[in-house]
Design a binder for this molecule. Structure first.
Ligand code: ADP
Length: 394
């Protein structure tokens, strides 16, 4: 896996600028940042700000010497585990070594420094630190994966609970109708009404089940789009045909605005018609009778916006990001929902995404109407493959 790892910091502490320069020249390489300090105090300050993989401390410094600095480092939780290499002048006698190890040294290097020895020791600490970074990144990834599994598990439980609850209403209505029909056997007019009501409930239930199955097919990656090169106009006409009865029944003023030039898509005719029709049906439902509903297609760059606008009940800003989640309904919209359960927009969202598009909603809130915009990519080249043969729209 290719991860962007942050650079590894080495701390170099020496009171002589020229020593720092030569250490820097020896250790500089990609992926390492060298922090330089001319005194123990400067070093402690740098240690507060950076995570350090290795500290190279000159032993002989005025004021705070290397051993004293090391003791400070050991006394602080944040710096306690930083490996230290002491740089000593001349041959280190046993006593000095002993103090060094007590202060927490990992190693010693003697001046004059042998470049290869210093580099190979530094390399070990560089690799160790990198390993730790990789392990930490791996642990974070595992934690994130576990977290999203827990979240998915919770959503599934919630889904089952809501589904059971929501299915109970239409099923109890069907039960009631079933018993009533038997009771009213001698009243054919009444029986007919009950029959019609039950028919509507059944249509509704089977549509809901189809939507749920579609959603589960999408999430399992089992839905296959029947993509073809098709003109948007053809798709929109199918959608309008499906929704016209609902728009008419509510007595809405319905307008359509399409560009003159043909707009070509690579899309599944049925699925995109289903998307637009779903939005038109919602506009019809959530707009009080005699309202305004408009459908428009607006091409821009390599995309087209399909816009469904109504002047109905609107959607409060806090709900706008949530209505594409399954079973989400706006509080107080139930009276308009006509038995809907908040499944339609979840499916619409998925179908649009499968086409490489996106959907957005805008509404200024209660009573201010809503605008749904579906953005879809245009087909690769502007003309149909058989454009030379004739106008495909004819
Ligand atoms: P439903 O079957 O409940 O209509 P949808 O998934 O289609 O489910 O929509 C989810 C919710 O979004 C609806 O319950 C409603 O509260 C809100 N909604 C959808 N379209 C509109 C609209 N045009 N105007 C106002 N609210 C809408």
């Amino acid at each position: 896996m290719n991860r962007e790892l942050s650079p590894v910091h080495f701390l170099l502490v020496d009171d002589l600028a020229e020593n720092l320069l030569s250490l820097e020249a020896l250790l500089a390489r990609d992926g390492i940042v060298l922090l330089k300090a001319r005194s123990g105090d400067d070093a402690l300050e740098l240690l507060l700000r950076h995570d350090v993989a290795l500290a190279l401390l000159d032993v002989q410094m005025p004021e705070m010497n290397g051993f004293e600095l090391a003791e400070f480092m050991r006394g602080n939780e944040r710096t306690r585990h930083i490996p230290i290499i002491f740089v000593t002048a001349g041959t280190a006698d046993n006593q000095r070594r002993f103090r060094g190890y007590e202060a927490g040294a990992v190693d010693f290097i003697q001046k004059p420094i042998e470049p290869d020895i210093l580099r190979s020791k530094a390399e070990v600490f560089f690799d160790l630190y990198r390993q730790r970074q990789l392990l930490a990144a791996h642990r974070d990834e595992l934690e994130a994966a576990a977290q999203s599994l827990r979240e998915a598990d919770r959503r599934k439980d919630e889904f089952l609970a809501v589904l059971g609850h929501e299915l109970r209403n239409p099923v109890s209505a069907l039960f009631a109708g079933f018993h009533l029909m038997r009771k009213k056997r001698d009243d054919p007019a009444r029986t007919e009404i009950i029959h019609e009501q039950m028919g509507r409930q059944l249509t509704h239930l089977s549509r809901l089940i189809e939507d749920l199955l579609d959603l589960s097919r999408i999430s399992e990656g089992k839905i296959s789009l029947r993509t073809e090169r098709i003109e948007l106009d053809t798709i929109l006409r199918s959608a309008i045909e499906a929704s016209q009865p609902n728009l008419d029944a509510a007595g809405h003023d319905f307008t359509v605005r399409l560009p003159d030039e043909p707009i070509w898509l690579e899309a599944d005719h049925t699925r995109i018609a289903q998307v637009v029709s779903n939005l038109l049906n919602n506009a019809a439902k959530y707009t009080p009778a005699g309202g305004k509903v408009a459908l428009a297609a607006v091409p821009r760059d390599a995309q087209v916006d399909i816009v469904v606008e109504d002047n109905g009940v609107g959607i409060p800003p806090t709900m706008q990001s949530r209505i594409f989640q399954i079973f989400t309904q706006v509080e107080g919209h139930r009276d308009f929902a006509a038995g809907g359960m908040g499944v339609g927009l979840a499916l619409v969202n998925q179908l649009v995404a499968l086409h490489g598009g996106s959907i957005a909603v805008a509404s200024e809130g209660d009573g201010k109407g809503s605008v749904f915009t579906v953005t879809l990519p245009l087909a690769q080249s502007a003309q149909p493959a058989d454009a030379t043969v004739g106008d495909a729209r004819a």
